[in-house]
Ligand binder design. Structure first.
Ligand code: CO
Length: 469
């Protein structure tokens, strides 16, 4: 990459994540649609490759905390943003909820998401078991939208390599996505553990084998992500995800402004107007007082050095700390770190991403406090049963037997696609919610969040009677 004045021959494309992952990462997903509207048209004119505006935790927080109908945000923003494609993050068979849903729900959800204006679906599975993305992918393609297959980045040790997460593993996963008909591939580094030189090797290897556009999504958590992006850009990555500065850094994405400035005058210049971004950032600063109290400010450091030491994502650590506090055992945090590593290994070395990170973390706490696998959570039993999919490494047979002993859902692990074991859900749910649901959007939302959505729909339609009446 030359640093002298050159004509940009291969501009780096930017996906802006300010309206989704940005505030999800540092402001507890609390940004209101009304605060996006004033800058929406200006954002549309920046020349972003895409804007991520929906998915992840937005569906949950919008109805639970913001009093907004989750389906409305893309519809509203589409009035102001007419050129830039809309992206969403979707957890495969998990959609935007907290369990695996049956295929009829997945199909209806994706169809509806297409209808309300989502153009690009970044689809991932916590175990990198892409069978959990098949139903999503089929509907995305059938609707003529973009299926971006994401592979969760994880590590065996401190760097790429070792027993599971090798260069070959990720290249193989990217090829699987290509075979599924992916329109683009994404390396999803949700914990910010991809180091710059590993990114260079990883991007080079995937670009060599696969001709599809390659995206890199990384979090700034450990402080490496801006360096990681630069090395990935050198290696030929096509698209990187950033946020406007007030919604960037910390556990969010790298900021766009220094990225645009650093690439000026190079072959990979972005073509995005820095002055425009500065105006937009200034506007966001003016709404900052509203969101500032969601920012965790109990540390001076904006990076999480712990991630560099043990690769355990910050969100998982705060969950662990919370559980230990409840059990009056905060002094055992050190032991828990070691136990997380051990438990994860025994459970087939899955990537530490929601919901698997919580399952492993919670079990590690039980293991330390009550003895190893003396008390076992039902979620862990489901994981061992195969209901979340196939773990990257097999789980030891003896341990499997012990964990599934007398489990009511089954004692023999399944080997098929998990959703094949789920009964259709739409009809029963529609019946259950009855007249409170006025359309498919209401029914789907109710399936995803039964308790809180019931309350939300009552408020939405000005009804206070009980659903089952
Ligand atoms: Co993210």
């Amino acid at each position: 990459m030359k640093s002298k004045e050159t004509v940009p021959s291969n501009p780096v494309k930017i996906q802006d994540n300010t309206f989704r992952d940005g505030h999800q990462s540092i402001y507890a997903t609390r940004m209101k649609t009304e605060d996006m509207i004033p800058i929406a048209e200006e954002m549309d004119s920046c020349g972003f490759h895409a804007m991520e505006v929906w998915g992840g935790a937005t569906f949950d927080t919008m109805h639970r905390f913001l009093g907004e109908d989750p389906w409305m945000r893309p519809k509203i923003l589409k009035k102001y943003i007419t050129k830039t494609p809309f992206a969403m993050l979707i957890r495969g068979q998990n959609l935007v909820g907290y369990r695996h849903y049956a295929d009829d729900v997945v199909r209806a959800f994706v169809d509806k998401a297409c209808e309300i204006g989502i153009d690009v679906f970044r689809c991932f599975d916590a175990l990198n078991d892409f069978r959990n993305m098949e139903s999503c992918a089929e509907r995305i393609k059938a609707n003529g939208k973009q299926f971006q297959g994401a592979v969760c980045y994880s590590l065996t040790g401190v760097r790429l390599g070792g027993e599971v997460y090798t260069l070959e593993y990720f290249v193989k996963k990217a090829k699987e996505l290509e075979q599924m008909g992916a329109d683009a591939i994404c390396i999803k580094d949700m914990a910010g553990i991809l180091s710059p030189f590993d990114a260079y090797d990883l991007v080079s290897a995937i670009k060599k084998e696969i001709k599809l556009p390659l995206h890199l999504h990384s979090h700034y958590t450990s402080g490496m992500a801006s360096m990681t992006y630069l090395k990935a850009i050198e290696a030929g990555v096509d698209v990187v995800d950033t946020c406007l500065a007030p919604f960037a850094l910390r556990t969010s994405m790298p900021a766009i402004e220094p990225m645009v400035a650093a690439l000026r005058g190079t072959a990979r210049e972005t073509g995005i107007d820095l002055n425009k971004l500065l105006v937009l950032s200034e506007h966001l600063e003016s709404i900052a007082p509203k969101y500032n109290n969601f920012l965790s400010n109990n540390k001076l450091s904006i990076i999480d050095n712990g991630v560099l030491a043990h690769q355990i994502p910050g969100g998982m650590i705060s969950n662990l700390t919370g559980q230990l506090k409840e059990m009056n055992a905060l002094d055992r945090l050190g032991e828990i770190y070691e136990e997380v590593v051990q438990t994860r290994k025994e459970m087939g070395s899955p990537p530490l991403v929601t919901p698997v990170s919580q399952i492993i973390g919670a079990q590690a706490v039980l293991n330390v406090l009550f003895g190893r696998y003396v008390r076992i959570s039902n979620q862990l039993k489901d994981l061992v049963l195969g209901m979340y999919g196939k773990t990257p490494m097999p789980i030891d047979q003896e341990l499997t037997k012990k964990i599934l002993k007398n489990y009511k859902r089954g004692q023999e692990p399944i080997s098929g696609r998990p959703a094949d074991y789920l009964e259709p859900e739409m009809e029963a749910a529609a019946k259950n919610i009855g007249h409170l649901a006025r359309n498919d959007e209401d029914v789907l939302a109710y399936i995803l969040y039964p308790a809180t959505m019931e309350k939300f729909l009552q408020t939405k339609y000005g009804i206070s009677e009980s659903v089952s009446a």
